[in-house]
Design a protein around this ligand. Structure first.
Ligand code: GN1
Ligand code: MG
Length: 404
């Protein structure tokens, strides 16, 4: 267990800081202290922008997101007893108003769809509500210029950093299917492109080349493996973008980050009840989503495993996710969509490895890290996964063969 921290205020609103053991966030004590020092504006102060100060009971770090800082706020109110608070990392999204616009447009559209054609009896599907500040804004700017926002909590649900079993894999595929089903008829022109180059792998390769040309890499067997791995795969990076340029694949509204721990699972029924983290809802290829969902949910060791050499792509999990997905979204897949599925899974696993590796070489500026080599290990996990996908190409292609 590594320590993380929390803030507690009693009913007299006296804030008190303490360390509590919490497994999911990879902070060491020095690292934690430096994180705290970066937070000049206390999360408690930020939470007070979204709920009356005297109702807030605690503000605790939450989840394992790699970019923003996320907190779970507990509130002593009957109507809303918890909410999610986030401090948004600066320098990632150019225009946060546009990010919030996309989330709002998607949420309204999906809620209307669900109202007009509800899911079958017994299934719930939750779309987090954006909470407003007392001034009626969906973002709050602190004194350091950071933006904060809040969302309603999804009750009786949790997420997992790695898939637990075949049934859960099916639920994860089903969740992405529902999401694509709900979003596919949202007109593209209603959405901003909030993160240019996101999932455009040739763009990430250019960034990698630029970083390498500016900073000579150090030397270690792991790094040598990673550099060689990229060198051997330069020819595959454009496969989806070329398919798009040639008109085989088209832009559609996508989620952008449907990895396993963004799917909320009902703690009682085990059913998927929501797909959260809507930051990257924007135009893209559904293959980015499918590749991301499948690369993350077919790796039972998870993205943060230190045992990178043991990482393996499990085809039975892949099959279960895919079947769950087809159940909800199969009807709008074209023949070309099927044809590029293997390429998508291999590419998005490789792309994430490339992004982690570039960040490691650049000095860990993009993804949050708990130790300096974490991004290198994360890259190796994705490269091993890519290798495992390549080794099972025949079997994986067979899974994605169009039925009938
Ligand atoms: C980042 O912050 P988080 O964990 O939701 C990243 C995704 C990566 C993911 C890997 C905006 O997402 O693209 O796939 O880490 N988000 C952004 O875990 O870059
Ligand atoms: Mg995300």
């Amino acid at each position: 267990m590594v320590p993380t921290w929390g803030t507690f205020s009693n009913n007299k609103r006296k804030a008190l800081h303490f360390l509590v053991p919490q497994k999911r966030i990879g902070y060491t004590i020095p690292n934690l202290l430096s994180f705290l020092l970066t937070l000049n504006v206390h999360p408690f102060t930020a939470a007070c922008q979204f709920a009356p100060k005297d109702t807030i009971l605690s503000v605790l770090p939450y989840g394992s997101g790699n970019v923003h800082d996320t907190f779970r706020v507990t509130v002593g109110r009957v109507e809303e007893n918890q909410f999610l608070l986030q401090r948004l990392k600066a320098g990632i999204f150019q225009n946060l108003e546009e990010v919030m616009h996309n989330i709002r447009i998607f949420s309204e559209h999906a809620r209307n769809r669900l109202e007009n054609s509800p899911l079958e009896l017994g299934r719930r599907w939750e779309i987090p509500r954006i909470l407003m500040t007392a001034e009626g804004s969906d973002l709050w700017k602190d004194g350091d210029g950071f933006r904060w926002r809040a969302f309603s909590w999804i009750d009786q649900a949790r997420s997992f950093d790695a898939v637990q079993d075949l049934n859960q894999a099916g639920e994860i595929g089903w969740a992405l299917g529902i999401f694509h089903n709900l979003i596919h008829d949202l007109p593209l022109e209603t959405l901003f492109d909030t993160l240019e180059g996101f999932h455009v792998t040739p763009h990430y390769l250019r960034c990698y080349d630029r970083v390498l040309s500016q900073k000579p890499p150090g030397k270690s067997p792991e790094l040598d493996f990673a550099l060689l791995f990229v060198k051997d795969r330069r020819r595959i990076v454009a496969v989806l973008e070329e398919a798009r340029n040639q008109g085989y694949l088209n832009l559609r509204p996508i989620h952008g980050d449907p990895k396993v721990n963004n799917v909320m699972i009902d703690t009682v029924s085990g059913q998927a009840v929501g797909l959260v983290d809507l930051d990257t809802v924007k135009p893209g290829l559904i293959h980015y989503d499918l590749g991301d969902c499948l690369r993350s949910s077919s790796n039972p060791l998870g993205e943060e495993s230190e045992k990178w050499e043991a990482v393996c792509f499990k085809t039975e999990l892949c099959r279960a996710v895919w079947e769950g997905y087809l159940d909800r979204a199969g009807e709008f897949l074209t023949d070309y969509d099927y044809a590029f599925m293997f390429e998508a899974v291999r590419l998005i696993a490789f792309e994430l490895g490339l992004r982690f590796l570039t960040d490691f070489l650049e000095g860990n500026v993009y993804f949050k890290t708990g130790h300096p080599r974490q991004n290198l290990i994360r890259a190796l996990v994705q490269f091993k996964l890519t290798q495992s996908i390549e080794e099972q190409e025949k079997e994986i292609r067979a899974i994605f063969r169009k039925p009938g």
